[in-house]
Write a new protein. Structure first.
Length: 171
């Protein structure tokens, strides 16, 4: 395993239908992720939670990856430091999940629910932030393993990310 590889944190959440509180939270969490020296990955579009998280990370000098559903690089947020074009539409959600060491879900929409389901299948550490209460209900109904956490506190989420990364590395 390459010990120089930076850990990738995926922030998943709605685009156009994101609430202002989710956008504000995503931007703050993006800042904290960058301050930790972690790489931020999102769906890459210039809207909602994706845009806000990348903006926060880039404002703190962080590295961001945007995994776009289409083939047009102009659809990417200006805050993407690296853009991945997939041409896969919503199929790109599996790339988001598999490429992230830990996933944070802020808010929920159809794409976010899809990514959450894939994270569960792949047993990826998943942190449910503000607006993701319905995802918790879904996971609880399925009696899911303890890789799911929830918190509405950005600093606590960073601590959960640290623990999840160190647990993964020690295996």
């Amino acid at each position: 395993m390459n010990t120089d590889r930076k850990n990738v944190i995926g922030i998943m959440g709605p685009g156009q239908n994101a609430k202002e509180s989710e956008i504000d939270f995503a931007e703050h969490l993006g800042e904290l992720i960058a301050e930790e020296g972690l790489v931020l990955l999102t769906g890459g579009r210039a809207t909602g939670v994706m845009q806000a998280a990348m903006k926060g990370a880039r404002n703190k000098g962080g590295e961001t990856i945007g995994v776009l559903p289409g083939k047009d690089p102009h659809e990417a947020s200006d805050h993407c430091s690296k853009v991945i074009l997939t041409g896969m539409g919503n199929g790109r959600n599996i790339i988001n999940v598999l490429s992230s060491d830990v996933l944070v879900f802020i808010g929920s929409g159809p794409g976010t629910v899809s990514e959450f389901g894939l994270a569960l299948k792949e047993k990826k550490p998943a942190i449910l932030g503000p607006g993701a209460e319905k995802l918790w209900e879904l996971a609880s109904a399925m009696d899911m393993p303890p890789v799911i956490f929830r918190s509405a506190d950005a600093l606590e989420i960073i601590e959960i990310i640290r623990r999840s990364i160190s647990t993964r590395i020690s295996k």
